[in-house]
Design a protein around this ligand. Sequence first.
Ligand code: SF4
Length: 700
Amino acid sequence: MQNSEIKTACSYCGVGCGIIVTQDAKNGVEVKGDVNHPVNRGMLCSKGMNLHYVVNDTSDRILYPEMRWSKSHPKERVSWDTALDRAAAVFSSIIKKHGPDSVGFYVSGQCLTEEYYLVNKLVKGFLKTNNIDTNSRLCMSSAVVGYKKTFGEDSVPIAYDDIELADTFLITGANPAWCHPILFRRLEQHKEKNPKVKIIVIDPRRTDSAALADLHLQIIPGTDIILYHAIGKRLIEKGYIDNDFIKNNTENFKLYKDLVVSSSFEKASKLCGVTVKDIKLAADIIGKAKGFISLWAMGLNQSAIGVDKNTALLNLSLVTGQVGKPGSGPFSLTGQPNAMGGREVGGLANLLAVHKELNNPTHRQEVADFWGVTDISEKPGLTATEMFDALESGKMKAIWIICTNPMVSLPDSRRVEKALQNAKFVVVQDISHNSDTSKFADLLLPAAGWLEKDGTMTNSERRISYLPKGISAPGEALSDVEILIRFAQKMKFNGFNFNTTEEVYKEYCLMTKGTKMDISFLNYNRLKNEGTFQWPVPDYGHPGTPRLFTDKKFYTPSQKAIFNIPTAIENTSEAPNAQFPFILTTGRIRDQWHTMTKTGKVSRLMTHIPSPMLEINPIDAYKSSINSGDIVVVTSKNGTVRVKAKVTDSIKEGVVFLPMHWGKQLENDLNRTNNLTNTVVDPISKEPDFKFTTVAIAKY
Ligand code: SF4
């Protein structure tokens, strides 16, 4: 290690816990929670406290570039120069022959901000295509659109410190007890100290988060908007609304009021599968709150109507005036450690850096001028699933995949497999050989991992952390920043003469100047010496901004927040039918991360849930003579999964659950949940509908 003690941030979820790394007796590293860190105050969850095993075990690491000269040849070790010369030659020739949109980059919410910024500059500014998307498309793109439609920009209004200031929480479409554990621990501690704090959970499963709730609404998947509208109706009818805020600081209230007041509690009860009494009770708890916070994640976002679900939920904060003041606000939880950083640098195919819009010609020109290029293509890039469709159809010829494993994580795995087989050239830039995607690589590039490179990332509450380099990467692995710079230089692009990650960061910071997310006065020195900051940090010595909209001025043209009226109230996913009578919903388990390339190699993290299991309600199990431990075959239109059943009344009748983590290499492909998932996406956010696939279940 380069220093005896390094302060950094956890590389897993979007909570962004502070970690102190020290050297262990065997020259490896050990980790502990940073007691002075504002997020976790010394606490770490099971994944964070076992991070050192991932760092110390390099047995699965890609150590040098590997390349095959044709699909029929095996991969062989090559030098970095040979690897990147070939990448540049192949990308140039494909672009020359088929145009810039015949190539694409698929990156990750685990990329550091500097990497994210650089790859966007490379692709949108210099390769002249907007075909760059991130796996964050799969988890929070509906939340991005929801914030933009309601507040005018993609801006999370609140801070974790608001948790201890609130008295009412609505957790909907999220299981933070497992997926954002330290944030949830703060909520638990707050409730322990303040028993009057109320928690409502909306979820088809009785999760560990629901176990803490005063009220659990065990909803039928897909009916969230109907439920939020019924709650809105009750809030309005009982007068639990903030008339001053609505009048002075919002638009469209009348449309919203007319819509929700005309809804029926009885109909909502029937469609949502919760009682009228509970709907009214939830509304009364929210209506009486002094400080009301809604928390949500992929249960809302991963839906055919994910954007509408988001805006319908945000309307509850607007109608109660619970935004822009301490202990209140809507709070979308990001799954990945730097999903927020990706949003900031325009890491989605339809965005540009610093919240500029690709469909705005002025914004495009401003970004082009900043990068010193003539223009940026006005054509929206292909999103995550669209890129793989384009590879399958042959419209796209080459893809460069950085730090993500689409063979396991994208919906309809068979289609992804066909897409990668059909691609003319696949580059995979990753740390581990244990990725199902890496076997499709024509060029495999070894990347440095956590602690082996420096850079910044932003957590769910807009908090930017600096992550220093502490150890050398194994073999010939390079930081993603260096790989991208070397490739850009091979392509003979100007504008990539960076010598350090800090120089990339400085360029990005300059770009933020004068924007709503201005960090032009937040340099590496401040981050290293003073710790973490929440953006914006717009002035010299500025302490950062915990809370947005405290002046009740929003980022819309009128400076008012907007009540959005959903285009779809009822779910548009294919409904259960005689052939596929169950609704499959997918998600994470407590001790695993994504596709298990890191957590899957830590034996103590495999003890909690060692293999995938289908959660099924006892009534449904009884009808099919299924007992816990039986092997069941789950079938959808797209494929099959064979796993053990876990009969549990914690899941609603008619609904089954599978964890999303397992892939082919770790077990067999019949464990891979995304063999089953449907290919529907939200029409605006293009986020996949992972939470609603109709399936059949049979005992094996
Ligand atoms: Fe890491 Fe998230 Fe656990 Fe914190 S809560 S230690 S950021 S995985």
